[in-house]
Design a binder for this molecule. Structure first.
Ligand SMILES: *Cc1c(COP(=O)(O)O)cnc(C)c1O
Length: 420
């Protein structure tokens, strides 16, 4: 499973934080290790994974897609069937359960597009914990459906007004809160990055994906050539790959956001592009898209979850040593993949996951029919209607929004009667 060496994965990782955060991070590391050695904790985790998240998630043979592409058999890990619609709940539930065991009653989280905020808010609702989500003011405005979901789960969404008022400012604000309230509060970080022990911890809680796949593939005697996952911060990919990292096969392929092209600011390719460099940002050393002064460069992607300027340190290390192959898919290729798997398999990929789907479409025809490739559908696409509908049916979608607005205005007196 390739655990870190004292927080480091080769040259990447570490714990580059202010002195006040050292103690809570050290305490977290000790408590996490204890919990993972505690049979009662593991049993409780397994029960909630089964009954609340809905594990295990199925491994679907994509028969029609396979026949159309005419090469390797395509299998899809339907992680999007997890409660709340994506893999992020695996990490949120794991960390919240750990926080509860540590006696923390207050949970904070950062969120960009809102997916991690939704998962954490849901986990807190389930486990009876107070939840505060830091979210850039710009993102709060752009991501109203997720803000509404978080509030329905009982979380308090705290708009961040500093800096660019987006994800990295929300991370800074969450770190500040944690430093001020380390005894009462746990900070649920949302991807396989940040200072140690988060990369190890997030991989551990997400490795349930890979462990299930390993069992499911062996039960069916699949000759697996490659695993393919999309890669933002890296949590779904590292969890999917985890039990295979120390083996020589299958190939592990991570797909980054190719955006609209290879130029600067047009994508979020930290590993597959040529614009990134080694850096230390937000508590860890990794590969980042940075300018000359070490400031985060703007990124671009149609998917809200793949546009972070950094990548988890373990992924950076495994990319550097060649165990993980990095590639990218363009916005248009991801949209085509959404359509392809919806029409031929009845499965609606999230825009993020569709980047992995696009790579499967490219790879399958180049391989023999006795080989299998497994795509992690990290999330389902219901959440993306505000992205996909304007592309697929622009005129009708616009008409729909206008008439919805009109309907809302006409019924304002009804909606005023608060249900909350
Ligand atoms: C957030 C998100 C991602 C990207 O995050 P990783 O940490 O790289 O997994 C991918 N897919 C979905 C559905 C997401 O919500």
């Amino acid at each position: 499973m390739a655990h870190s060496d004292n927080g480091f994965f080769g040259q990447f990782g570490g714990k580059y934080v202010a002195e006040v955060l050292r103690r809570p991070l050290d305490e977290l590391e000790v408590e996490f290790k204890k919990a993972m050695a505690d049979a009662d904790f593991l049993k409780e985790l397994e029960t909630i994974q089964k009954d609340y998240i809905g594990r295990e998630t199925p491994l679907l043979y994509a028969k029609t897609a396979t026949e159309i592409l005419g090469g390797a058999q395509i299998y899809i890990k339907l992680e999007g069937l997890a409660n709340t619609g994506a893999h992020k709940i695996n990490n949120a539930i794991g960390q919240c359960l750990l926080a509860k065991r540590m006696g923390k009653k207050r949970i904070i989280a950062e969120t960009g597009a809102g997916q991690h905020g939704v998962a954490t808010a849901a986990a807190c609702a389930k486990l009876g914990l107070e939840c505060i989500v830091y979210m850039g003011e710009v993102d709060v405005r752009r991501q109203q459906p997720n803000v509404a979901a978080m509030e329905m789960y009982g979380a308090k969404v705290h708009p961040v007004t500093s800096g660019s008022r987006t994800l990295k400012d929300a991370v800074n604000e969450a770190m500040r809160d944690w430093a001020a309230n380390p005894d009462s509060t746990h900070y649920v970080l949302g991807s396989a990055l940040g200072p140690a022990p988060f990369p190890d911890m997030v991989r551990q809680f997400q490795s349930v994906i890979g462990n299930e796949v390993k069992r499911q593939a062996s039960e069916r005697n699949l000759d697996v050539e490659a695993l393919i996952a999309c890669c933002g911060g890296g949590s779904n990919s590292i969890g999917f790959f985890a039990p295979f990292i120390d083996e020589v096969s299958p190939r592990l392929i991570a797909v980054e956001a190719g955006g609209i092209g290879p130029g600067p600011g047009e994508n979020a390719c930290r590993m597959s592009g040529n614009a990134s460099r080694d850096g230390i940002l937000q508590g860890y050393k990794s590969r980042f898209l940075l300018d000359e002064d070490g400031q985060a460069l703007p990124t671009r992607s149609i998917s809200a979850g793949l546009d972070y300027c950094g990548i988890g340190p373990q992924l950076a290390d495994l990319g550097k040593n060649g165990r993980i192959e990095f590639t990218s898919a363009l916005d248009t290729e991801a949209l085509d993949a959404v359509k392809f798997f919806a029409k031929n398999e009845g499965v609606l990929f999230a825009m993020e996951s569709a980047h992995a789907g696009a790579q499967a479409i490219k790879l399958a025809p180049t391989l023999p029919k006795n080989k299998a490739i497994i795509v992690n559908m990290s999330g389902r696409g219901d959440k993306d209607i505000f992205i996909t509908c304007p592309v697929f049916r622009p005129a009708e979608w616009k008409q729909f929004l206008v008439s919805e607005l009109k309907r809302l205005e006409e019924n304002e007196d009804i909606h005023d009667a608060s249900l909350m």
